[in-house]
Ligand binder design. Structure first.
Ligand SMILES: [Zn+2]
Ligand SMILES: [Zn+2]
Ligand SMILES: [Zn+2]
Ligand SMILES: [Zn+2]
Length: 451
């Protein structure tokens, strides 16, 4: 029996590559962020905290170092570097020495490659030929393995790679882990993978009576998507159709596609029914059969388009992100509701843009609007919910709403202690914020007593 929050499995990477976007900000060996990283003097590409990290990484880096040097100042894509590292491992016959873990034996040679599916997948084959093109330049005179072997390794890589995330679940790299790749997918998982540096840790998010690999599942996709979208992603990326409970739950899916109440004076919404019609408003009972399917499709499309524009500008221009979100809400106000996933994606972007700009009041409003959908659509003990609460609590603390902040931060702590564990730096930050909150409340109380 494993209880929620218990560690089910931990694993160091078989191969790992820091994202190009993080280059210079984090150490290539341990993925910790650092100010004064030391560059490898030969390839001038990878950077390390210190000589210790460099030494640890040397077995993995020594093969790729001359390759990186050959194409410098060009730096290959993350996927190319991951493939290069896998090729170099295969060359010396290193399959990970059958790593024994809590849930079984596993080595790279036993990985599934889905090579038949990949062969008939035009996009994947194009990606492979681009990778091979760059690999030739990287490897110089060294001959590449035969095409079939390359396809095999490529297949194993794309099916089994994990996105390595920081505490806030933002991607910082990509890696292959041996045992964790045994774990199946469910859109309603009972476990979650989080990372401490490059180490992957799988924790139970529900109590699991018999924690064997067949009973543990994690989610390969974002659960804040409709069944249709999740199935599409799983099929395109992993070549299977998910059969989980959530993929049968048409009711929840209908909520994800809901539209604002048409009465004009109610905060409720109309849920999308299976026949693509809409139900009556749950708040005021206003009839949903007046809603036109065409209008709804246009509304979804407008939200999707806005999200694409945001993705094109984001990071660099948070003000523009806020402006795009405002415009979309204004134009689509007839149908826009915080309970629709297309809308929620926009609200989340506006929330983060508000934080980036230091517009705390604006950010807080968006953060609070997102919470209902997060609670409804993410399964219990999702790290996304905990992290969102932590951000909201931090802003409330900053805006001197300490009482509210304390409640929000404590909720976040409950979730994050399960998903990340109490020794994770993120949990330590959170405990610090809760302490600060309690101090401020005490100071306020003392002040009011004196007055
Ligand atoms: Zn390091
Ligand atoms: Zn180097
Ligand atoms: Zn599913
Ligand atoms: Zn209503």
């Amino acid at each position: 029996m494993k209880r929620k929050g218990d560690i089910l499995l931990q694993s160091e990477p078989y191969v790992h590559v820091l994202s190009n976007k993080e280059r210079g900000r984090r150490c290539d060996a341990c993925f910790e962020s650092g100010e004064d990283l030391k560059r490898c003097t030969v390839c001038k590409v990878v950077r390390y905290c210190n000589a210790v990290c460099q030494k640890v990484d040397w077995t993995s880096h020594k093969g790729e170092c001359p390759c990186l040097k050959r194409v410098f100042p060009d730096v290959p894509l993350d996927s190319v570097r991951l493939m290069l590292k896998l090729l170099l491992k295969q060359k010396v016959g290193d399959n990970g020495n059958s790593v024994k873990n809590d849930i079984g034996w596993r080595d790279f040679s036993k990985f599934q490659s889905h090579s038949d599916e990949i062969k008939s997948d035009k996009n994947r084959m194009e990606q492979l030929s681009k990778i091979v093109f760059t690999l030739r330049k990287l490897l110089g005179d060294t001959t590449l393995p035969p095409a079939d072997d390359l396809l095999e390794i490529f297949g194993k890589m794309v099916i089994n790679s994990f996105t390595v995330c920081d505490g806030e679940m933002q991607s910082i790299g990509v890696a292959i882990y041996l045992s964790p790749s045994l774990l199946d997918h469910s859109c309603e998982p009972n476990a979650v993978a989080t990372f401490q540096g490059t180490k992957l840790i799988v924790r139970a998010t529900q109590n699991i009576l018999e924690p064997s690999p067949a009973n543990i599942c994690i989610s390969y996709v974002d659960q804040l998507e409709t069944i249709e979208e999740r199935q599409k992603q799983l099929q395109e990326q992993y070549y299977f159709t998910c059969q989980c409970n959530r993929c049968q739950d048409k009711g929840l899916n209908g909520e994800m596609l809901s539209v604002r109440c048409q009465s004009g004076h109610c905060q409720g919404y109309h849920r999308r029914l299976e026949d693509d019609k809409f139900g009556d408003c749950r708040g005021c009972g206003y009839q949903g059969n007046t809603i036109r399917a065409d209008d709804v499709e246009n509304f979804y499309e407008a939200c999707r388009e806005c999200l694409m524009k945001i993705k094109a500008v984001s990071e660099n221009d948070p003000l523009k992100v806020l402006q795009l979100c405002e415009e979309c809400q204004k134009e689509q106000k007839q149908l826009f509701t915080d309970c629709n996933v297309h809308c929620v994606h926009l609200l989340v972007k506006a929330f983060d843009a508000g934080i980036d700009r230091g517009h705390w009041e604006v950010a807080l409003q968006y953060g609070l609007r997102v919470q209902e959908a997060y609670r409804k659509f993410y399964p219990p003990n999702s790290p996304h919910v905990g992290i969102e609460q932590m951000k909201v609590g931090k802003i409330q603390l900053y805006l001197e709403q300490s009482q509210q902040a304390l409640i929000t931060l404590q909720q976040a702590a409950t979730t994050i202690s399960i998903t990340h564990g109490k020794s994770h730096p993120l949990y330590e930050d959170l405990a610090g914020l809760i302490h600060q909150c309690a101090e401020e409340m005490r100071a306020k109380l003392e002040f009011s007593l004196q007055a």
